[in-house]
Design a protein around this ligand. Structure first.
Ligand SMILES: NC(=O)c1ccc[n+]([C@@H]2O[C@H](COP(=O)([O-])OP(=O)(O)OC[C@H]3O[C@@H](n4cnc5c(N)ncnc54)[C@H](O)[C@@H]3O)[C@@H](O)[C@H]2O)c1
Length: 239
């Protein structure tokens, strides 16, 4: 396993209690970073844990203050918290589920990025990775809210990258194909089969493969690329 020099860095990983966020937390720690896990559910991972709802700006601000008090200023944000929501065609889609998915996946990205960017700008250093999805590029049927929210994460990331390009700050996102994590519990078997059928590698992404790419993107060595979309789709993406 390659390591990058993240010693002395403080990272926030949202959704770090499980799944991709947990793998990222462990990988960043292995490279020397101190990691604060912000999650709705209690976490045992990381060096500090904050119960936080990323859809709620007040909760995000409280988590940031607690993180700075415990570990110091934040150099790295990996925003992995997100939900898939139910699978249904648009005509039958639950309106409350639509609102919740947009609030967590898209507004949560805005909230967490906005909160940490101010300090990163004042210190002229920061690395952010937002976890989007191949669904944000391709649009998965029966997942309109999820696909729209992740397309929004891609657009937000491009905007944030350009805004901060004069600083030593990189804001990028990744677009994973399906990885077998607890998020699958929210989806129908039919939908999981559909996602797998679309992956030319003919297998699911391993969370360690996502963490490996992200560890480099949040390192100081990633000093040029910003506002970009890194592919993790096993060959599905065509752009
Ligand atoms: N697993 C996949 O197939 C896949 C594919 C593409 C993109 N993604 C994205 O990757 C990210 C991580 O997915 P995962 O597979 O690890 O999911 P997961 O369900 O295993 O983990 C998500 C974590 O986010 C937390 N969370 C949910 N809502 C939250 C909120 N409002 N505030 C704070 N924490 C909250 C959960 O408690 C959980 O610990 C998500 O953004 C997801 O959309 C996943």
């Amino acid at each position: 396993m390659n390591t990058y020099d993240l010693s002395g860095r403080v990272a926030v990983v949202t959704g770090g209690a499980q799944g991709i966020g947990l793998a990222v937390t462990e990988r960043l720690q292995a490279s020397g970073a101190k990691v604060a896990v912000w999650d709705m559910q209690g976490a045992s991972s990381g060096d500090a844990q904050m119960v936080c709802d990323i859809a709620d700006m007040a909760s995000v601000k409280a988590a940031l203050a607690a993180t700075e008090a415990a570990l110091g200023p934040v150099d790295i944000l990996v925003n992995s918290a997100g939900i898939a929501g139910p699978n249904a065609p648009i005509g039958e889609y639950d309106d409350a589920a639509w609102a919740q998915i947009i609030a967590i996946n898209l507004t949560g990205t805005y909230n967490t990025n906005k909160a940490v960017l101010a300090g990163m700008q004042s210190r002229d250093y920061g690395r952010i990775v937002n976890i989007a999805s191949i669904a944000g590029k391709e649009g998965n049927p029966n997942a309109c809210a999820y696909s729209a929210s992740k397309a929004g994460v891609i657009g937000f990331t491009k905007s944030a990258g350009k805004e901060n390009a004069a600083h030593n700050i990189a804001v990028n996102c990744v677009t994973p194909a399906a990885a077998r994590t607890p998020i699958f519990d929210q989806m129908s078997e039919e939908h999981i089969d559909y996602m797998l059928s679309k992956i030319p590698r003919a297998r699911f992404l391993e969370v360690e493969e996502a963490a490996s790419m992200i560890a480099w993107i949040v390192s100081a060595e990633n000093s040029f690329t910003t506002g970009a979309v890194f592919d993790l789709s096993g060959g599905r993406a065509t752009y």
